[in-house]
Design a protein around this ligand. Structure first.
Ligand SMILES: [Mg+2]
Length: 229
């Protein structure tokens, strides 16, 4: 059976990519080894985020705010070395799933919210871009629905997978026939964990779990629950 008229939109952070493990555990840990304390990290992070986050800009801001004491060269070599290849942060089901979808002629879209430079870096460094027919980086929260509305006429069937139920609700408002899946990659035992390392390990992903939904999205824990046939 051909799926030429089926489109599958996949979110990136916390859906395909373990953003918390990458950013809040590993990047922060690597910079922490250079003597960057939590307060300096958080204060500089907030400031850079407003201007459009990249690791390079964050390193420059840390360097500047430390009175040029913290080593910018070492920070840059960590970014260009350790964090130039992010394939290890893709969830293990991602590549087999994308290959299976392609074998079934599903049209694959990446639909990612966030600063486009930052999102593009993570996507390209995880070497996943070539699996997609098209990629969209949406800088405005709630902007995903508009992208789907634009292409809706071209497909008989549209499936969307995201960990953010608020985006899925807005998509349903605009295109009611879309099949929506809300993915939750946080293990149940981690939801109430008070362990400090677990806090960073699921820092952002957990924030989406408490949100209320206006529509009934299909709940899944991995991509194997997505039915595209
Ligand atoms: Mg996400």
């Amino acid at each position: 059976m051909s799926n030429l008229n089926t489109a599958l939109f996949l979110d990136f952070d916390h859906t395909l990519f373990d953003t918390d493990e990458f950013f809040h555990v590993d990047v922060r840990g690597a910079f922490g080894h250079l003597g960057i304390d939590d307060a300096l990290w958080e204060q500089t992070y907030e400031r850079v985020w407003k201007a459009g986050y990249t690791l390079e800009r964050h390193a420059e801001e840390i360097h500047r705010q430390s009175g040029n004491q913290l080593p910018l060269g070492e920070m840059r070599s960590i970014i260009d070395g350790t964090f130039s290849d992010l394939r290890r942060y893709l969830f293990s089901d991602v590549l087999p799933f994308l290959r299976r979808a392609k074998e079934k002629d599903v049209y694959l879209f990446l639909l990612s919210f966030g600063n486009p430079d930052w999102q593009r870096y993570k996507v390209l460094a995880s070497r996943v871009g070539s699996h997609f027919d098209d990629m969209f980086f949406v800088p405005k929260e709630g902007g995903k629905a508009g992208i789907i509305l634009e292409v809706a006429d071209r497909f008989d069937r549209i499936i969307v997978v995201d960990n953010n139920p608020a985006e899925l609700d807005l998509i349903k408002d605009m295109v009611s026939t879309v099949e929506t899946y809300c993915i939750n990659r946080v293990p149940d035992e981690m939801f109430d964990s008070r362990d400090g390392s677990a806090r960073l390990r699921f820092l952002e992903a957990k924030k989406y779990l408490g949100k209320t939904w206006r529509y009934q999205h299909v709940v899944c824990r991995d991509l194997n629950g997505i039915l595209f046939l």
